[in-house]
Design a binder for this molecule. Sequence first.
Ligand code: MG
Length: 347
Amino acid sequence: MPQVFRLRCSLPTATGDTIQLAHGGGGRMMHSLIERLFLPAFSNSYLEARHDSAVVRIGNDRIAFTTDTYVVSPLFFPGGDIGKLAVYGTVNDLAMAGARPLYLSAGFILEEGLPLETLEAIVRSMREAAGIAGVELVAGDTKVVDRGKGDGVFINTAGIGLVAPEVDISPARVAPGDAILLSGDVGRHGITIMSLREGLGFETPLQSDCASLWPLIAALLEARIEIHCLRDLTRGGLASTLNEIATDAGVGISIDEAAVPKCEAVAAACEILGLDPLYVANEGRFAAFIAPRDASRAIEILKAHETTASIIGTVGNRGPGLVDAKGPFGHSRILDLLSGEQMPRIC
Ligand code: MG
């Protein structure tokens, strides 16, 4: 089993209780921080929407705005590196609001002693990823911290994108009856990082799925698929994403585990490492909640883009906040939010 590091400290909240800050504290800790600290402190309708990006109106335009910070270890891995992740991760959060990604900023926190060639390789990778994603990096910042006070490099990116007038995608639109689509197989990013750390090798080399999701979303929007909500499956994997949506939209979710695609290497590594693939991180996959009449057409569109997309479940009206998965032998299990993180420093 992977080691879960816990660096503890307690954080008092407005309600007078405390949240344990733990490195590797997982989905529950993040959820507590958001619900009990950040939301009460900064309360506004944009945060309350609990979306991957805030969608703000400026004049007649709707602008999606988001930010994310990247601390992945190691910095380079098969299929990507921290720079590529920092571009695509933020581009994907914009795409999940149905926004065409346009501009990024990047803030670099560099540890004294970081080899210049390492930083150059990361910057080259970011430039290439930005070109592929069709975004420009238009603002930036660099800070250097003392040796031992960082871990090579951390990167923050923020991004803005434009939401077309007819697009209305948010957790609030998820409704009973919605079909849940998964854009491809799960677990590649998390298992790639974990196998590097654990020194595992595979017969078929495994790569991170790190990629821009905008082309897939643009194709769905262009075909006028009625998309209610989108969410990229990052840290905490498919199970955590479905939990967030079930809670935020106040709905129950049922999925069929057999319909969730996994490649052989991911399935085998999960068995060896004792990991549940539904909780393993991805960097190029999303779940879409769509009107059931558009489900099969949406699958056709995604498959035309060489994905292994599938319909994995439906939204119900029983058990708001609950996610259940029907297993291969017909039994059901509840997919809960993780209380500990399977893999810290995954993105
Ligand atoms: Mg996201």
